[in-house]
Design a protein around this ligand. Structure first.
Ligand SMILES: Cc1cc2nc3c(=O)[nH]c(=O)nc-3n(C[C@H](O)[C@H](O)[C@H](O)COP(=O)(O)O)c2cc1C
Length: 224
């Protein structure tokens, strides 16, 4: 079926329409089909993976979630490994990496955190990303957008400690985190094949159900 966003046509012709702005606007424009019936709004979901490891299980989980996402969501991983450690001295003259990250976070409609547990808490790289996005004071890039948390570990507890420490920060950052279903994925090293493909049907069904709940959460708590 041919899909077009009628309201964007005039905007697209405007000489000064910058592509980034246009893409951002497109994420909010309800698509219409040939008959003009309104279709689902596509929401831009920034996925933050808490691991920097090349062969990260959590990145594989994030990729699986992106594949299982319902049509109304577009998931993309926002990298955090390049961010210099947050230091308040940089607020007046921020490193380019901080500024680009803040801009990307501000542009997103919603967040999805997929994280391992480090010593029963959030990995330092993820905490750093939260801090970078939250400053300068009063200019947090995170505020007011809905989120959800998935934690995964080879251990049986599935990163519960990280999951809940992260939720504590999200309360302060004003990112309402979906309460149910909770997602603590234990034994996660056994769920993927050598190519990174999810090979456990039970987990696939769980992640699918999680994404169905998440799309409803984003619709209910996001900006229209
Ligand atoms: C510094 C460090 C601390 C860790 N602490 C925990 C922990 O508290 N709980 C846990 O389940 N696994 C812990 N692990 C093991 C991680 O779950 C495991 O390395 C996992 O593969 C990390 O996720 P990733 O594959 O996405 O990087 C720790 C690993 C590291 C490197």
């Amino acid at each position: 079926m041919l899909v077009y966003a009628g309201a964007l046509a005039a905007e697209a012709l405007s000489v000064n329409a910058d592509l980034n702005t246009l893409m951002r606007q497109m994420a909010h424009v309800p698509l219409t089909d040939r008959e003009g019936n309104q279709m689902e709004t596509i929401r831009d979901v920034a996925v933050i993976v808490g691991s920097l490891r090349r062969d990260s299980i959590n990145r594989k989980v994030a990729n699986a979630l992106a594949e299982l996402a319902p049509a109304g969501l577009k998931l993309s991983i926002v990298e955090i490994g390049q961010l210099p450690i947050y230091n308040q001295d940089g607020d007046d003259n921020s490193p380019a990496e901080w500024s680009a990250f803040r801009e990307r976070i501000r542009a997103a409609d919603a967040y999805l955190f997929v994280t391992p547990e480090h010593n029963r808490s959030v990995p330092a790289a993820l905490k750093n990303a939260l801090d970078v996005g939250s400053r300068p004071y009063g200019k947090s890039a995170w505020s007011g957008k809905p989120g959800a948390v998935v934690s995964a570990s080879p251990g049986a507890v599935g990163g519960f400690g990280a999951n809940h420490h992260l939720r504590q920060s999200l309360v302060f950052l004003n990112v309402p985190a979906m309460a149910q279903p909770e997602a603590y994925i234990g034994g996660a090293d056994k769920l993927f094949d050598a190519s990174g493909k999810l090979v456990n049907d039970g987990t696939r069904k769980f992640l699918q159900d999680f994404m169905q709940a998440y799309v409803a959460w984003v619709a209910a708590n996001g900006k229209s």
